[in-house]
Design a protein around this ligand. Structure first.
Ligand code: IMP
Ligand code: MG
Length: 187
């Protein structure tokens, strides 16, 4: 089902790419895999705000890791509305030290990789025991720097997508599916 919104004098259309059911099914698979890999360990699941919050909340409930704890950090990359510039800024730091901890970073999308590279470089200096990255989406066509991705929900083509946490101009994060943004002038 397409989502059509009239905003700022034009029409924004969301064409479904990944359904809510497909997202939830993939999360169950990721949950099983991650639970096996970290069985018995104390994992700190880190949500990268704001895009990963829906994925974070659903993935956590698919994990069977009784010793898991959580923390949040805010990152923001400057740029145009649909392309990231690679200039990354820490808008909110973690609430607790991560030295000696096993970190599972939960991200919405890896495109150029510059955001994750910034985050990995920043975290390495704090000497965690390990860092793994779990991203819901991966756009290989956008790659500028290599980042190790341990868990990938879906590999997608080079389109600007929104929904399920991902935004266009801060909108559409609440949409339960992932869709491709299209713009049309009003008739
Ligand atoms: P990267 O630094 O280019 O890998 O991009 C990371 C950030 O850019 C993500 O955390 C998103 O906030 C944003 N981003 C990249 N591609 C998309 C997209 O298709 N839709 C919405 N946001 C995106
Ligand atoms: Mg964003």
């Amino acid at each position: 089902m397409e989502l059509i919104t009239e905003v700022n004098g034009r029409i924004e259309k969301l064409v479904p790419m990944i359904t809510a059911d497909e997202i939830q099914a993939r999360i169950q698979e990721l949950g099983r895999q991650i639970s096996q890999d970290y069985a018995g360990q104390e994992v700190v699941a880190l949500a990268v705000l704001k895009g990963s919050v829906l994925f974070f909340a659903d993935l956590l409930r698919a994990l069977d890791l009784p010793l898991l704890t959580t923390d949040f950090l805010g990152l923001s990359s400057y740029g145009s509305r649909t392309a990231s510039s690679g200039v990354v800024r820490l808008t909110q730091d973690l609430s607790r030290p991560i030295e000696g901890k096993h970190l599972l970073v939960i991200e919405d999308i890896v495109d150029t990789g510059l955001t994750m590279k910034y985050l990995l470089d920043n975290f390495q200096t704090r000497r965690p025991a390990s860092i793994r990255i779990c991203t819901l989406l991966h756009k290989p066509a956008g790659k500028v720097v290599e980042v190790p991705m341990d868990y990938v929900g879906f590999t997608i083509e080079d389109k600007f997508v929104v929904g399920y946490g991902l935004d266009y101009d801060e909108r559409y994060r609440q949409v339960p599916f992932i869709g491709v943004m299209e713009f049309q002038d009003l008739p």
